[in-house]
Design a protein around this ligand. Structure first.
Ligand SMILES: Nc1ncnc2c1ncn2[C@@H]1O[C@H](COP(=O)(O)OP(=O)(O)OP(=O)(O)O)[C@@H](O)[C@H]1O
Ligand SMILES: [Mg+2]
Length: 453
């Protein structure tokens, strides 16, 4: 039986809440103030604490700090959104405004207890995952991935330059981070530069910095990214997109360990470990003279080839489960499982977008799934065609954002609090309120039933 503490100075309310929860089979203890609670009980021994904010002595929110492991629900006497928001910032899990009806409170209590349990399960899951995977957060029991993990363990502590190759979405960035985190440079920064995302005209000055007046718009001296990685790791993602000039300068960094900012006469010494990655066939680019061969040979002192997901056998369903759990946690949903036919479809599909595509599919399924099992049709995978198709009909993806918003709110407002609704929609409570007004679906006033407190 879950043990709940109620901290409330008004006797009428305290008794009413106590009786209500006892009727629902909770084991309830009461206190009149935070001090009173502490003198009578070990506040960390409860499963849940419900407290008023305004109490004799210190405010009820103080108990959040004192009972660090226990979820705290706040009751506010007046619908004072401010004190509720302040309480949430201090770490309260949710709040309820007085007067509230009995059903509303019981629902909130049930949900909070359930969530606490889920969080503990997730913690357990996380530490279990960390145990079984040598590289934090990377799933891979297949021989190909085991080889990669071994290579990571071997090259990470050395200072050697590493080139990571693999199709899009195979986990290149994750591997770069693992290399840094397992190196002696882990306390220093890893600076990531996506060479494809920076316009070619700016790339050089971003990388190497520039002197004031070197070009129009260069109003001040500026430190480049290479220099800000000094002592740490520089991760050049999508290195296949580097211009010829940038390639030449990068070669100089590798050869002499020095950089020369754009417009500067003087070179400076830097100490960076370089890791680079690309989904392109760099060797081919060298043959086509698009990429300097001398740079290529310097980059690939050590080469890691990430296998495409379709070649990872039983890693595929395991990754699917891992990513689904991750998505449920991210969207605050209870755990969802995959139906056997869904696992079959996932294993058969060839995943051209690799782990990233699988991750997106699991996130999408987690959002749309309203039961606790995901079936094949929810995945929108057409395993025969090997392409992802969109479901027709009233699939939520086909709705405009406004329609989606209204449908989501109407479908869920009876089960979720406003805080949860806002969270699930990824917006603030204020925005939720504003959109409700704008789209003409204002929040229903909870019916003042006989049981109102
Ligand atoms: N083995 C793995 N285990 C768990 N998650 C993974 C694994 N590999 C990749 N991921 C996840 O998949 C997503 C894509 O990985 P990442 O960004 O590292 O791929 P990438 O090869 O750099 O992709 P791109 O070429 O598109 O930049 C990330 O969210 C990452 O956390
Ligand atoms: Mg990447």
């Amino acid at each position: 039986m879950d043990r709940i503490l109620i901290v409330e100075d008004e006797e009428v309310i305290r008794l009413a809440v106590q009786r209500l929860l006892e009727r629902h089979n909770y084991n309830v203890e009461v206190a009149e103030s935070v001090e009173d609670a502490e003198s009578q009980y070990d506040v960390n021994s409860f499963k849940l604490i419900i407290t008023d904010v305004r109490l004799p002595g210190v405010p009820g929110t103080e108990i959040i700090q004192k009972a660090k492991d226990v979820p705290v629900l706040i009751m506010t006497s007046y619908a004072s959104v401010r004190s509720a928001v302040d309480a949430m910032k201090l770490g309260a899990v949710d709040y309820i405004a007085k007067p509230f009806d009995h059903d509303e409170l019981v629902l909130l209590v049930k949900r909070t207890l359930k969530r606490g349990q889920l969080e503990r399960q997730n913690e357990a899951l996380k530490s279990e995952l960390e145990k079984s995977y040598p590289v934090a957060g990377m799933v891979g029991q297949s021989p190909a991935m085991q080889t990669i993990f071994k290579q990571i363990g071997k090259v990470a502590p050395t200072d050697s330059t590493v080139l990571i190759l693999g199709e899009s979405g195979t986990g290149k960035e994750l591997v770069a981070r693992a290399l840094h985190n397992q190196s002696n440079r882990r306390e220093a920064p890893i600076v990531t530069v996506n060479c494809a995302a920076i316009p070619e005209s700016l790339l050089e000055s971003e990388l190497f910095g520039h002197k004031k007046g070197a070009f129009t718009g260069a109003d001040t001296d500026r430190t480049g990214l290479v220099e800000s990685a000094d002592g740490g790791t520089l991760f050049l993602d999508e290195i296949g997109e580097l211009s010829h000039t940038a390639q030449a300068r990068l070669l100089r960094v590798l050869q002499n360990g020095e950089i020369r900012p754009v417009g500067s006469e003087r070179a400076r010494q830097v100490d960076v470990r370089l890791i680079s990655a690309t989904h392109r066939d760099l060797k081919q680019l060298v043959q086509e003279s698009q990429f300097r061969s001398d740079l290529y040979f310097r980059l690939r002192v050590m080469e890691l080839n990430l296998p495409p997901l379709r070649d990872r056998g039983t890693d595929i369903p395991e990754l699917a489960k891992f990513l689904l759990d991750k998505a449920c946690k991210k969207f605050n949903k209870p755990p969802i499982s995959l139906a056997p036919d869904a696992i079959k479809a996932i294993s058969k599909y060839d995943w051209p977008g690799n782990v990233r595509e699988l991750e997106n599919a699991m996130e999408r399924a987690a959002i749309l799934c309203e039961q606790d099992v995901i079936s094949t049709d929810m995945l929108a995978i057409d395993s025969k065609e090997g392409i992802v198709t969109r479901q027709s009909g009233n699939d939520k993806q086909d709705l405009s954002l406004e329609e989606y918003f209204c449908q989501f709110v109407l479908e869920h407002q009876d089960q979720l609090t406003e805080t949860e609704l806002a969270k699930r929609l990824g917006i603030s409570r204020k925005t939720l309120w504003e959109r409700r007004q704008r789209f003409g679906i204002p929040k229903k006033k909870p019916g003042q039933s006989k049981e109102d407190i």
